[in-house]
Design a protein around this ligand. Structure first.
Ligand code: PLP
Length: 214
């Protein structure tokens, strides 16, 4: 089932769009199945869970942290994480830089933009992102590379609202001249792509529904 789902999703993606298979809460055997079907990029939202899976699985997997970050746990993934999507505090960028330096690495990061109308979503305002990208303090962080932005739209089926939220991020993204725009999940990834996404984070459409909500 997983390989069939993957094949289907891939057939819907334009060439310039990267698929992150979101494997949070799913067992190693599911990830191995997706791996055997050719998938190499996986996303997790809990650092400890990602570390355990990294240890158990083939080392050519690219691991993406897509969850909300606690600065004090960054050290556990600094030796292998490929892309951190959900950076929403400057303090976290500094911590990622510090930990990356210890491993002589440069860690790719996305700044999370707040695009949803919901109160619960994390993220920077566009103004805050502009300041971070322009600041000298940021340019001194040599062990991080801010390659793009990440956004989560409101949890709604209202396509007009989703389009509006995705487009606002896409327009802002274009002005910043960054490479990667991570937006779109199982329910809205096609709409996100239509509105300029270059990286989609798809979980349940590949691995099936999760038992508990993360
Ligand atoms: C869980 C999660 C996803 C994937 O959600 P699905 O609806 O299962 O595709 C994408 N992005 C983030 C940040 C997530 O936490």
């Amino acid at each position: 089932m997983i390989s069939k789902n993957l094949k289907h999703i891939k057939s819907t993606l334009p060439e310039n769009v990267t698929l992150v298979a979101v494997s949070k809460t799913k067992p190693i055997s599911d990830i191995q199945e997706a791996y055997n079907a050719g998938q190499r990029i996986f996303g997790e939202n809990k650092i400890q869970e990602m570390v355990d899976k990294f240890d158990a699985l083939p080392k050519d997997i690219e691991w993406h942290m897509i969850g909300h970050l606690q600065s004090n746990k960054v050290k556990y993934m600094a030796h292998f994480v490929n892309l951190i999507h959900g950076v929403d505090k400057f303090k976290t960028l500094k911590e990622i830089n510090k930990q990356a330096k210890k491993h002589n690495r440069v860690i790719n990061c996305l700044l999370q933009a707040k695009i949803a109308k919901e109160e619960t979503k994390f993220g920077f305002t566009f103004g805050e992102i502009e300041s971070i990208l322009a600041s000298e303090e940021t340019s001194e962080l040599k062990n991080i590379n801010i390659i793009g932005l990440m956004g989560m739209a409101t949890f709604t089926e209202n396509k007009e609202q989703l389009t509006e939220e995705f487009l606002s991020l896409k327009n802002f993204f274009d002005i910043q001249k960054l490479q990667t725009l991570s937006m779109g999940m199982s329910g809205d990834y096609l709409l996100a792509i239509k509105n300029g996404s270059t990286m989609v984070r798809v979980g349940s459409s590949i691995f099936g529904h999760r038992n508990y909500n993360h």
